[in-house]
Design a protein around this ligand. Structure first.
Ligand SMILES: Cc1ncc(COP(=O)(O)O)c(C=O)c1O
Length: 499
């Protein structure tokens, strides 16, 4: 590790910070990057073609800059980013692993990238075959009978899954049922999806072992329960050892078991949600199957179901008839469409490339590697941080800064790590652990990187004893330090406007 990065803010760093704020505004009247060809339409005609009310009365307020300045502006902005390609990114619950570059090559093949979604089936056989084979692979990996590739994200998959549960209950008993049970460690999208699907959310406690409280589950599960939504391993990174009993409790009252697949990575080649009794599964391909996380851009959250739910899946489904691939639109029991066309095809091709390039043997190594890396870090970090549940973890674990160092908060740890060129882990989640720091190293990191992380985390504890103010003022190497994160999320400034 570069010891210089651990030093308090230097004059050079302060200057760089100020410069980066000052040079943001580059516009000067008259500068140009592009010169339009001379207009060959008589301007007097414009008013006859475009009605007066649509004509702009004032000049557009656009930045006026040269081409080189634009290139430098965006290149410099991109260099301020943390990304998997530039930094270690142990963001728990997000599986920020290396995205192999071969995916980008494959998705650019003209047969994929030049294909229009309305192209006739006869011209789209290649891409349909990829989608069909991907569905088969995801069925095999998750232990489900069919998979819809349509949802555009994990959260979108959750909504689809619960709409399928609603359709199922409504058909078999005329009653969609009222509630969805969720653990208190659940990701925020779970209650939101249940709410949007029209269900009341009932929370179940986590027990002293960090698992679903079986006693309370028995009390809560009844004929009005539509589903239990859990992830396994759960968001504490712990395997739910009572999963077979949990599925029996739910199925005995006629409820469905929903698997939040955000934590599927460590199960690859090790275990399958379908074999644990789950009826519905969503898969976050940007986590387990290395498609780009994409900052909210087009993504995919395929949803797998067991046999009895297949008929409710959205249309169209990709089918194989003889040796031809086709899209089936007519499914009278389908809940309808939830996404245009067949889903985010470019993303799905990347996931398919990942699966095919690793094969069964490679995927098995992924799951086991993720578990080994996480346990290596856990064994080292529990000597320095508080560990609320001292157990072998799966692919991630939650430690806490409570009672560690002097006035050391999870936020201080996260911010100081930025100065050390490491992306912060997830903090303050799950909500049930005070000062939670959730670390997910993933299988793609080397032992050297993990050791550097341990060194950085240990150094932070030392600093908190020796110089707590340094931590409270971190990061010191970034143009902005501690923004109001709530305001940044709720009132984001997404558009440049001239001063
Ligand atoms: C446990 C868990 N469930 C669900 C989600 C939602 O997935 P997505 O971000 O794809 O909507 C996440 C995302 O981080 C998660 O960690």
């Amino acid at each position: 590790m570069d010891a210089g990065l651990l030093e308090p803010q230097t004059e050079a760093v302060k200057k760089e910070k100020m410069d980066s704020q000052v040079i943001f505004e580059l516009s000067k009247p008259g500068k140009r990057s592009f010169v339009f060809p001379k207009c060959d339409v008589p301007l007097t005609d414009v008013k006859q073609i475009i009605p007066e009310k649509y004509l702009r009365q004032t000049k557009p307020e656009l930045p006026e800059v040269g081409e080189l300045e634009i290139v430098r502006h965006y290149t410099n902005l991109s260099r301020k980013n943390f990304s998997i390609d530039t930094h270690f990114y142990p963001l728990g619950s997000c599986t920020m692993k290396y995205n192999p570059k071969i995916h980008e090559e494959v998705v650019k093949f003209p047969g994929f990238s030049h294909l229009h979604p309305y192209a006739p089936e006869a011209w789209s056989q290649g891409v349909l075959q990829v989608l069909y084979d991907l569905e088969q692979s995801l069925c095999e990996i998750s232990g489900m009978d069919r998979v819809s590739l349509q949802p555009a994200a994990g959260a979108h998959g959750e909504l689809l899954g619960l709409l399928l549960a609603r359709a199922y209950h409504t058909e078999i008993s005329g009653n969609p049922r009222k509630k969805v049970i969720l653990p208190d460690s659940a990701h925020g999208t779970n209650p939101s999806s249940a709410h949007i699907a029209g269900y009341e959310v009932v929370t179940i406690k986590t027990d002293a072992n960090g698992e679903v409280d079986i006693k309370q589950l028995k009390e809560l599960a009844d004929e009005e329960t539509a589903a239990l939504m859990i992830t396994n391993p759960n968001t504490l990174g712990l395997f739910e050892r009572q999963i077979l009993e949990i599925q029996k409790i739910m199925h005995d009252v006629g409820a469905l078991l929903y698997y939040d697949g955000a934590n599927l990575n460590p199960l690859l080649g090790v275990a399958r949600p379908g074999d644990m009794g789950f009826d519905i599964v969503h898969i976050n391909v940007h986590k387990t199957f290395t498609t780009p996380h994409g900052g909210g851009g087009p993504g995919a959250g395929p949803v797998g179901v067991k046999e009895r739910l297949i008929k409710y899946l959205p249309t169209p489904t990709v089918e194989k008839v003889g040796d031809k691939y086709t899209l089936k639109h007519d499914n009278p029991d389908s809940i309808g469409k939830i996404r245009s066309f067949v889903g985010s095809v470019g993303i799905l091709i990347r996931a398919y490339t990942y699966i095919r390039s690793l094969g069964q043997e490679g995927l098995e190594k992924v799951g086991k590697g993720a578990i080994i890396n996480a346990n290596y870090l856990l064994a080292k970090l529990k000597k320095v941080y508080t560990l609320p549940h001292d157990r072998i973890c799966m692919h991630e674990f939650v430690i806490s800064s409570k009672g560690v160092g002097k006035d050391l908060h999870a936020l201080d740890v996260a911010k100081r790590l930025i100065d050390m060129n490491i992306h912060p882990p997830t903090i303050y989640f799950p909500l049930i652990v005070p000062e939670a720091i959730m670390v997910e190293p993933t299988e793609t990191e080397s032992k050297q990187t993990l050791d550097d992380f341990v060194e950085a985390m240990t150094q932070i504890v030392k600093e908190s004893n020796e110089n707590p103010e340094l931590l409270h003022q971190s990061p010191q190497t970034m143009p902005i330090t501690r923004p109001d994160e709530t305001a940044a999320a709720r009132q984001p400034k997404l558009r440049w406007r001239p001063e």
